[in-house]
Ligand binder design. Structure first.
Ligand code: PMP
Ligand code: GLN
Length: 386
């Protein structure tokens, strides 16, 4: 095969995702997996049954429509209206994707030219770097620093150049648990309007904001026509394996994203779309209970991690807690996470892998709390032996 590397230069260094590596390590060592963010309890039984019914009734067993089944597009539009007062036309302004992951990929591949700059908060969710690279664009990190992880908006302004095309934001933010305040969102929106930038916003944890609620940037003045909002059923309904996500945006933006999406997957799994349409119509009580339950788990794990000696950064949203391992006499999160299964049978994720500036995240380690209470309690018992 000659000497030329098989993997192209754009993907060089992206290797295996940290989630795959750490989940494999959890399986191989029989450890408690507080690494990859997936719940160990499935979502609502009635929604699971809705998927079974769709399969049995032959709904979605053949290619569903490219943009997604109408029932789901209507349910997504209804959800944006119910929770945020945002109006989207289900036919032209909603696109169903294979999880938020495909929505992110399709948005970036559709909207970026090679050489464009994308400003994103660092630590980045891992697929952002890969998709920006696949688009031939350049990522420009705005580093969020412990303890507060709040974005420095003057720094953001200073990062904008004539090549900047797009701001990629994520609130609530994985892995830090940062939730952007209305004032921060307004400042970001102001910069986007002033510099005529597109905004892609990853809101997969929209129903996991522990106080003050979720505020979509698309609702702010001047933002509707420049914002691609992304979410998915995986986190909100605890069915991460179903991979049903969606985009809401103006018709021209949806048309652009749909063009890329057509050639990535064409469509996503049919029967699950019927089930997710039902899930999005669950009463408010479902969403309130889900959040309250996760808040309780946040405190269960957070208190346990603090008792075990970690410095805990309280997340305002998501189901992740970022910690600092320095108080344990540790320095390097990657080494720590590789050794943790052997030392005490727990798996976590080193935040350093989400940074270009690895030093900024070197001693930070992320744990997820979307697990059963007994599993969290056992993990804490094990970690206290460190
Ligand atoms: N964005 C963020 C911030 C995430 O944490 C995840 C993981 N759920 C995704 C996107 C991907 O979502 P999905 O599983 O729907 O592709
Ligand atoms: N979003 C999940 C996390 O941050 C993982 C998803 C994945 O494995 N790609 O843990």
């Amino acid at each position: 095969m000659g000497t030329r590397p098989l993997l192209n230069r754009r993907l060089d260094g992206l290797g295996t995702t940290i989630f795959a590596e750490m989940s494999a390590l959890a399986t191989a060592t029989g450890s408690i997996n507080l690494g990859q963010g997936f719940p160990d309890t499935d979502g609502p039984e009635e929604i699971r049954e809705a998927a079974v019914r769709a399969l049995r009734d032959g709904r979605g067993n053949q290619y569903p429509p490219g943009p997604g089944i109408p029932e789901l597009r209507q349910a997504v539009a209804g959800h944006q209206q119910r929770f945020y007062g945002l109006t989207y036309d289900p036919d032209t302004e909603v696109l169903v994707t294979a999880g938020a992951t495909e929505a992110i990929a399709a948005a970036l591949l559709a909207l970026l030219e090679p050489g464009d700059e994308v400003i994103a908060f660092e630590p980045f969710y891992d697929s952002y770097s890969a998709c920006i690279a696949m688009a031939g664009a350049t990522r420009v990190p705005l580093t969020l620093r412990a303890p507060g992880f709040r974005p420095d908006l003057d720094e953001l302004r200073a990062l904008i150049t004539p090549r900047t095309r797009l701001l990629l934001i994520n609130t609530p933010h994985n892995p830090t648990g940062l939730v952007l305040t209305p004032a921060e969102l307004a400042a970001i929106a102001g910069l986007a309007v002033e510099h005529d930038l597109l905004v892609v916003t990853d809101e997969v944890y929209e129903h996991l904001v522990f106080s003050g609620g979720h505020h979509p940037i698309a609702a702010l003045p001047g933002m509707r026509e420049r914002t691609v909002s992304i979410s998915s059923a995986g986190k909100t309904f605890s069915f991460t394996g179903w991979k049903v996500g969606w985009v809401t945006a103006s018709a021209p933006l949806v048309a652009a994203v749909r063009t890329a999406k057509q050639y990535l997957t064409y469509v996503s799994a049919g029967p699950f779309q019927y089930a997710v349409a039902e899930a999005l119509r669950l009463p408010d009580g479902y969403f309130d209970d889900f959040r309250a339950d996760m808040l309780r788990k946040r405190d269960l794990l957070g208190d346990g991690l603090a008792a075990a000696g970690f410095a805990v950064f309280q997340p305002q949203g998501t189901y992740f807690i970022t910690t600092d391992i320095t108080p344990l006499g540790e320095k390097d999160g990657v080494e720590f996470c590789r050794s943790l299964p052997g030392r005490c049978g727990v798996v976590a994720i080193p935040n350093a892998v989400f940074y270009d500036d690895a030093e900024a995240g070197r001693s930070l380690v992320r744990f997820t709390f979307c697990k059963r209470d007994d599993v969290l309690a056992e993990a804490v018992t094990r970690l206290r032996r460190l």
